[in-house]
Write a protein that binds this ligand. Structure first.
Ligand code: SIN
Length: 295
């Protein structure tokens, strides 16, 4: 951070000022960092959650952007039921799903895989006109080492921008496109390409519908260009924003064990999966929850 500090100022340029959270009554919330991520215990996601516990899970997600659960034993149906408590299930426009269950996406990489899901920083399916609100990833099979997932707070990334950059970005939109991401990507699973993949224009800075906070909403995976400015200017601005977003101070890193779950809020967090475990297998399912149009 040294080079990004303003001359003469004391302390880091990015100062996190979270509100003091009220104590939780029905779950235990153990933060990974002050900025993003918390491990939740004292809960069994296989059972229908009492309303008070459901409300606290929602609050923990809003406060921490991504929440983690260990040692959960869920059937496919229970995984989808947990997702449905938060909204309708989103069906992925390209990725393979479990037979007969379009709402249950496969996340799998092994010795023969040409790639693993989510290897670059991204927000899930931000090319959709109404991108998913959140994703619930349940990993059953872990490699002996590696396969971590990194998460980054787009609130913190936005807050840390200079006032001049915030003013510049205010009101801008950008094109998010699925074409270059999805075409041919799942051929190894026998998935045929569609005629077209989603594309949509979204605000570069979006306001979270629950917290009211502003979050940066461009990502390396899907965003093609900022609208209404010359392409070279857009490329320069996006390059700056991507390198800014990837500052480790905005991140947490989750080390999976078999039967762990990560539930992230796509409206304010990006993530990146590490495929550092080849030739081992990492396998599970993702339930994705429908969202609304970013504003
Ligand atoms: C994804 O982007 O949904 C995959 C994340 C992971 O496998 O950790």
């Amino acid at each position: 951070m040294d080079s990004s500090q303003l001359k003469g100022n004391k302390g880091p340029r990015y100062r996190h000022t979270a509100d003091e959270s009220a104590p939780y009554q029905t779950i235990v919330v153990d933060k990974l960092t002050p900025i993003i991520g918390a491990e939740i215990s004292g809960i069994d996601l296989a059972k229908p959650l009492p309303d008070a516990q459901f409300d606290e899970v929602q609050r923990a997600l809003a406060e921490n952007l991504v929440i983690f659960f260990r040692d959960q034993e869920l059937s496919q149906a229970q995984h989808m039921d947990f997702g449905r408590r938060f909204g309708d299930l989103h069906v992925h426009p390209a990725a393979p799903h479990e037979p007969g269950l379009p709402g249950l996406m496969k996340i799998h990489a092994d010795r023969d895989s040409p790639r693993a899901n989510g290897e670059g920083w991204h927000t899930d399916v931000s090319c959709d006109p109404e991108p998913p609100m959140g994703s619930i990833l349940y990993i059953r099979v872990c490699p002996p080492k590696g396969g971590d997932t990194l998460f980054a707070s787009m609130y913190a990334a936005y807050d840390a921008l200079s006032d001049r950059m915030k003013a510049y970005l205010d009101g801008l939109t950008a094109l998010h496109d699925g074409e270059h991401v999805y075409r041919g990507t799942y051929a190894n699973y026998g998935v045929a390409d569609k005629d077209a993949y989603p594309r949509a224009h979204h605000p570069v800075v979006r306001t979270h519908p629950v917290t009211g906070r502003k979050a940066l909403y461009v990502n390396r995976g899907f965003t093609r260009h900022i609208d209404g400015i010359p392409l070279d200017e857009s490329d320069g601005i996006l390059r700056y924003l991507y390198s800014h977003i990837e500052n480790p101070i905005f991140q947490c890193r989750f080390r999976w064990r078999a039967n762990s779950i990560a539930f992230w809020d796509n409206r304010c967090a990006q993530h990146r999966a590490m495929w550092d475990y080849w030739p081992h297998t990492r396998s599970g399912n993702r339930v994705t929850i429908a969202g609304d149009k970013p504003v």
